[in-house]
Design a protein around this ligand. Structure first.
Ligand code: DC
Length: 229
């Protein structure tokens, strides 16, 4: 059976998280940011003083983490309130964006054992359908996903968005450095059947519009109000 899965990937600062969250809300699907899972494992490793080169220890540590889907925001907030990834009973914290995590997460994500454990956890989370963001979702985790989007943007645009998001110039340099490190072990290559969207000249609504047009074409049953199974 084809999973009700939308896979989103792209370079940092291409607008993929913003689109993924909005698309999830629009379609009433859970939003799963798989980068946060790798970041959570990195944070746990730093806290427990597990060497980021020790694959076996990282795989064991992964087993202690609890990934679930819970309603986004506070329960008393009005709908729409789709579910999103929670880690150990809490929404992903700002700590996952720290410079220390940024500097170590590529090393953690490099180990095949870690990646296998992550893939299993991600498949379980996406079983009932999801908008899932991350590097290998359309290629390795859900290769049968009916909709795969790959966002690109001009480098200047990407750095500018990151500065806006994180509030400092420093992050622009760090962003380029991590892109480079990630590319060495885990190249940013779109799945063959992914639709590439260049967001350089698109605002958020424009990007969402393009994405919804792709959904309408490839998986119309995912659109709200669809009577198809
Ligand atoms: O998307 P992000 O910047 O939060 O990702 C953090 C790190 O995790 C980055 O080094 C890439 C890695 N990652 C991965 O290897 N596979 C994924 N599905 C998601 C993230």
């Amino acid at each position: 059976m084809t999973p009700r899965l939308i896979a989103i990937d792209g370079a940092a600062g291409s607008g993929k998280s913003t689109l993924a969250r909005l698309l999830a809300m629009t379609l009433g699907l859970p939003y799963v940011n798989t980068g946060a899972m790798y970041r959570a494992l990195t944070l746990a490793a730093l806290r427990e003083e597990v060497d980021v080169e020790d694959e076996d220890a990282l795989v064991r540590l992964m087993e202690t983490l609890d990934f679930t889907l819970r309603p986004a925001g506070r329960p008393e907030e009005p709908q729409p309130n789709p579910r999103e990834l929670w880690i150990d009973g809490a929404p992903p914290s700002d700590e996952l964006e720290s410079a220390e995590i940024e500097a170590n997460v590529s090393a953690v994500a490099r180990h095949p054992g870690v990646r296998a454990a992550m893939r299993a956890a991600q498949r379980a989370l996406g079983e009932g359908g999801a908008v899932m963001e991350g590097r290998d979702i359309g290629t390795a985790v859900f290769p049968d996903a009916p909709v795969k989007l790959f966002l690109v943007a001009a480098p200047q645009e990407r750095a500018g968005r990151r500065v806006e998001e994180r509030g400092s110039q420093e992050v622009a340099g760090a962003l380029l450095e991590r892109d480079r490190r990630d590319a060495l072990v885990n190249p940013l290559v779109p799945a063959e059947d992914a639709v590439v969207i260049d967001t350089s000249d698109l605002d958020v609504d424009g990007t969402l519009g393009v994405a919804l047009a792709v959904v309408a074409e490839r998986a119309p049953d995912l659109l709200p109000g669809s009577t198809q199974p």
